[in-house]
Design a binder for this molecule. Structure first.
Ligand SMILES: Cc1cc2nc3c(=O)[nH]c(=O)nc-3n(C[C@H](O)[C@H](O)[C@H](O)COP(=O)(O)OP(=O)(O)OC[C@H]3O[C@@H](n4cnc5c(N)ncnc54)[C@H](O)[C@@H]3O)c2cc1C
Length: 407
């Protein structure tokens, strides 16, 4: 049985472990953190946005760029820098903002999201997993009818792919989600995707890994940083760690999020991946809290119900490298979240809020990199950007296919 080592136990590495265990491989899942999902997967927006797999680079994002560069949109920051990698990533991002690229990329992402939705159904039949999963739909709030109308083309694409979405007015949407009654601003239109879901990605990873240990004999190594991918005659032979003996393996999968230093230089294509930083809060839900996931498009904040907790996530700071928790940016996000749906969660003190920040590993096209690496036996499953939770199982399935066809 071929031995495969997966570097990174976020949602992508965990989903990859599942698909490769199912494919009959002897899998070891490794992370430098003491447990799974401590990177970008830890406290993200929690939304399984099957109907909103839209690529980040788009004509509308491009049209909005002057506002962003002038810092007139608090949800985005672009830190321009003379780093050649950033410039290449930026140019490729601009190219992917063309309408034709946006449509092709979005179609690709929606297909992968649909695969994740189907596979998650299979996983939930096979395993007893509790991660505050609920399939209660998602609403996107538009402050003007024109802003909603501008998405008609993308909605037609989704419709042609069998994705169901409804356009509602405020009263129709409030009848489904009463929390909208407390929203302070104009809601001209709401796009409602009944099939979308939410769940805690970190708890999913932790419990899923336990089940995979029991059912498939998955092995794990936590708290150990992989320092080097070892090779012999152009083939992966093992992994070297910072502080333990090497691990022999036939195949290695890089599911290491934004960290690509480990990869041979030929696989570190300049401008392939760039971190986009965001923030979240998770606070106790009040009686007035939403059940349906909500995206406040004006503030660009997503809200999800996770059991007795409300998770809000937002901000996209492009160019933060190395990144750190920026108190000023967090405060702008926190106050916007409270302004929008402060009635839904306890927020009298910052201690209630479990502030968190993470970086989305973004490719210029929003398509993840799922492909063989330059060494025989090395594979990449990286770059899931703003949608890693929504794409993880579909992406892992494609990885398993690539490995089967090329190993
Ligand atoms: C604020 C925010 C909100 C988001 N909201 C959503 C959402 O609502 N829905 C959605 O679908 N997606 C969302 N995302 C995106 C999603 O969180 C990411 O796409 C996803 O978590 C990426 O998963 P990953 O497994 O690739 O990376 P990570 O979770 O970062 O995992 C990579 C792992 O690799 C490990 N690692 C790296 N290098 C090494 C090494 N050398 N040795 C050992 N271990 C190593 C790291 O420790 C880490 O645990 C959001 C992201 C952010 C930041």
């Amino acid at each position: 049985m071929a031995k495969v080592a997966i570097i990174g136990a976020g949602v992508v590495g965990t989903a990859s472990a599942y698909m490769l265990c199912k494919a009959g491989l002897d899998v070891t899942l490794i992370d430098r953190n003491p447990g799974p999902a401590q990177g970008a997967s830890r406290a993200n927006g929690a939304q399984l946005s099957y109907a909103y797999g839209d690529a980040l680079a788009s004509p509308s994002f491009l049209a909005h760029m002057p506002e962003i560069l002038l810092k007139r949109d608090p949800a985005y920051r672009v830190r321009l820098q003379a780093d050649p990698e950033f410039l290449i990533w930026g140019l490729r991002f601009l190219f992917n903002s063309l309408q034709s690229r946006f449509i092709a990329n979005t179609r690709y992402l929606l297909q992968m999201a649909a695969e994740t939705s189907d596979l998650l159904g299979d996983v939930l039949k096979e395993f007893d997993l509790s991660f505050d999963y609920q399939s209660s739909g998602k609403m996107i709030l538009y402050s003007t009818a024109a802003a909603c109308q501008a998405t008609a083309g993308t909605r037609r694409l989704k419709q042609s792919m069998g994705i169901r979405q409804e356009v509602l007015d405020r009263s129709g949407a409030t009848a489904i989600e009463p929390a909208l009654a407390h929203y302070p601003d104009e809601i001209a239109r709401v796009i409602y995707s009944e099939g979308d879901a939410a769940g805690r990605p970190d708890v999913f990873c932790t419990t899923f890994i336990e089940r995979l240990r029991e059912r498939y004999g998955l092995k794990t190594i936590f708290g150990e940083e992989v320092e080097k991918i070892l090779s012999h005659a152009g083939r992966v032979s093992g992994l070297a760690f910072r502080s333990r003996e090497p691990l022999a393996c036939d195949l290695a999968v890089a599911a290491s999020g934004c960290s690509t230093e480990l990869l041979p230089w030929r696989d570190r294509l300049p401008g392939a991946l760039w971190p986009v930083q965001g923030y979240s809060i998770s606070a106790p839900a009040t009686e007035k809290a939403m059940r349906v996931s909500i995206t406040d498009l004006q503030r660009k904040i997503v809200f999800a119900r996770l059991g007795n907790t409300i998770r809000a996530a937002g901000l996209a700071d492009i160019g933060a490298r190395p990144y750190h928790f920026n108190g000023e940016r967090f405060e702008s996000f926190r106050s916007a979240a409270v302004e929008a749906f402060g009635q839904s969660f306890a927020h009298s003190s910052n201690a209630d809020l479990n502030a968190w920040s993470g970086v989305r590993p973004c490719t210029p096209s929003s398509r993840p990199l799922i492909r063989p690496g330059s060494l025989k036996g090395l594979y990449l499953n990286l770059g899931h950007g703003t949608l890693g939770w929504t794409l993880c199982l579909g992406s892992a399935k494609r990885l398993a296919t690539v490995i089967k066809e090329t190993k």
